[in-house]
Write a protein that binds this ligand. Sequence first.
Ligand SMILES: C[S@@+](CC[C@H](N)C(=O)[O-])C[C@H]1O[C@@H](n2cnc3c(N)ncnc32)[C@H](O)[C@@H]1O
Length: 294
Amino acid sequence: MFQESKYKQEPVQKDLNIFKEELSEKDFQAFSSFIYSQYGIKMPPVKRIMLQGRLLKRIRELNMNSYSEYKEYFFSKEGQQKEIFNFLNVITTNKTDFFREPVHFNFLEEEILPDYFENNNSGLFNVWSAGCSSGEEPYTISIILNEFKAKNPAFNFSILGTDISHKVMNIAAHGIYAASKVELMPLDYKKKYFLKSKDRENPTVRVNPMLQKNITLKYVNLINSPYDVKEKFNVIFCRNVLIYFDRATQEKVINSLCRHLEPGGYFFIGHSESLSGMNVPLKHIKPTIFQKVI
Ligand SMILES: C[S@@+](CC[C@H](N)C(=O)[O-])C[C@H]1O[C@@H](n2cnc3c(N)ncnc32)[C@H](O)[C@@H]1O
């Protein structure tokens, strides 16, 4: 059993020679099987060097000497309780942006919201950002819904953002981003929804608390259904997440998410993802935009 104190030491520069050692096929196999079985993320042999690089950072932080030492710790009882959070932070790919794939936000603004509000102006409009990463997606949804509410005060909404990486969800909770992330955003949105820092060396923006007010963030592993989520949603964004799963897992995840989608509710996927040939209760509306069959 490893002693806790050993891993709390400050990182020291290790003799780099030891890292001429590679992550062995056998150790890679142990990590990749774990990642696939627990989180659905495919980790084929071509990803060995990538995983090796990502784990090396953790190994240095823990002041360990080898991949096998890290593996032994990771699969120990203590490692499974304590290291799993750091492990998820390094194995997930969290690339995201404000207004990424803008066609979905235009469709939400121009088609879904006016139609919903015409038929239902007293309920709560629920949106789920599944695999929300560092929050740019739920905050973009919040901008669109706040804009709609400004014109239609009776409109009320709630947004759920979920992910498995605590690191990115922490960023989402704080809502502080490099100023360059909002550079291309329309000026009126920038003025209304972001506060600029005074730090010229490291310019950042902070989201206006009004964008945060209706967002709840939560850990949800999409491959473990039923989910601990009570609501039914009018729209589910599940974009650039399915791409990490194999087809059988994608189909299972979509069906699980659809159990939380209102009949007639909308489902968005990323532009490099496809549902073709899958047995899911969704009809195709436009590329990457689907609607739950009634
Ligand atoms: C590339 S980001 C996409 C972010 C955002 N949806 C977008 O399109 O910009 C993918 C996110 O999916 C999350 N993810 C990966 N596997 C997951 C799983 N099994 N359950 C929930 N989230 C997962 C990752 O942690 C990551 O933050």
